[in-house]
Design a protein around this ligand. Structure first.
Ligand code: 13P
Length: 334
């Protein structure tokens, strides 16, 4: 795979005014979301829910790509059209979550490392044949009294870099996601420091593993006070801190940065992205790769009537895509 093709895909993922919808919940995670709205987590319900999302009319106007879970990449609409065809027909690039989740990091209580490197080359080869053109791997960094340790950050960065190199070898753009978790009593400065160290370690590892940044997308968490800190940061404070942290750690050759929502409200996720783009020009396009902040309103509506509410739920998905697309341009109006 040439670097030109990878770079072209990466640039398309962050095309002006467009972002990513993350619908790559593992079966365990989507069960939690379905439990929250009283929906049984069967394969058919998962399929029907993802069909509702992916067949949203005009979704491709604001969405460049969607991240799927393994099961979803293999599924089709009720009428038998493969989801990957629905997506490419609407100009939406298929992506795939390829990590195998987090596991306790031996020797480091309270810390986790993401697994999934074993057999990854063969899985990526298959995913490319199934139509995927980018892949996501999520590392989790928790903040606590005595964590994160440098060892945990470096172990996760190393795994992210190994996965990214394999992706590029197989023709997929790696979306590298080191998520600094919002939960905790830490203040915004501590989140800043942890995010800075994490990104430094990640970009050092990517360099050591010969990963081509021109064909890589960063999925970043925003710099926020911990959810139980009692601290409230303004939209401008969050945007300024996040931008400064990224500018001091992320090379300008990267084609783009997309954010996760991480448990922020829909409104906050959109407002923070919009504010960062208003503070530009920035070295890279800044857009979104939201899961919950794209889906939660639609899931609630759909759960009330799985057939009758499809249209209404899709209107909500479209509205969230449009708002976040405007925020990616710094043109959103609350
Ligand atoms: P949230 O936006 O719900 O955090 O999900 C994004 C994602 O893909 C996390 O890996």
């Amino acid at each position: 795979m040439s670097i030109e093709q990878l770079a072209e895909t990466a640039q398309a993922m962050v095309a002006p005014g467009k972002g990513i919808i993350a619908i790559d919940e593992s079966n365990a995670t989507i069960k939690k979301r379905f439990d929250g709205v009283g929906i049984e987590c069967t394969e058919e319900n998962r399929r029907a829910y993802r069909e509702m999302l992916l067949t949203t009319p005009r979704l491709g106007e604001h969405i460049s790509g969607a991240i799927l879970f393994d099961e979803t990449l293999r599924q089709s609409t009720r009428d038998g059209v493969p989801f990957t065809k629905v997506m490419t027909d609407n100009g939406i690039i298929p992506g795939i979550k390829v990590d195998k989740g987090t596991h306790a990091l031996a020797g480091f209580p309270g810390e986790v490392v993401t697994e999934g490197l074993d057999g990854l080359r063969a899985r990526l080869e298959e995913y490319y044949k199934l139509g995927a053109r980018f892949a996501k791997w999520r590392a989790v960094i928790n903040i606590g009294e005595t964590i994160p340790s440098g060892s945990c950050i470096d172990a996760n960065a190393h795994a992210l870099a190994r996965y990214a190199a394999l992706c590029q070898e197989q023709g997929l753009v790696p979306m590298v996601e080191p998520e600094v978790i919002m939960d905790g009593g830490h203040d915004i400065d501590e989140c800043y420091q942890v995010t800075e160290v994490t990104l430094r370690s990640l970009f050092a590892s990517l360099y050591e593993q010969n990963v081509m940044l021109e064909g890589t997308i960063l999925k970043a968490s925003m710099v926020l006070p911990g959810t139980t800190s009692g601290e409230k940061a303004s939209v401008e404070e969050v945007a300024a801190a996040t931008l400064q942290c990224l500018k001091s750690t992320v090379p300008a050759t990267l084609p783009g940065i997309v954010f996760l929502s991480g448990g922020q409200s829909d409104q906050d996720a959109t407002a923070h992205l919009d504010a960062m783009n208003r503070m530009g020009p920035n070295p890279w396009p800044l857009s979104f790769s939201y899961g919950r902040a794209m889906q939660s309103a639609a899931l609630k509506l759909w759960s009330q009537d799985l057939v009758g509410n499809v249209g209404k739920a899709q209107e909500t998905v479209f509205a969230r895509a449009r708002d976040n697309g405007l925020a990616a341009l710094g043109q959103w109006k609350a």
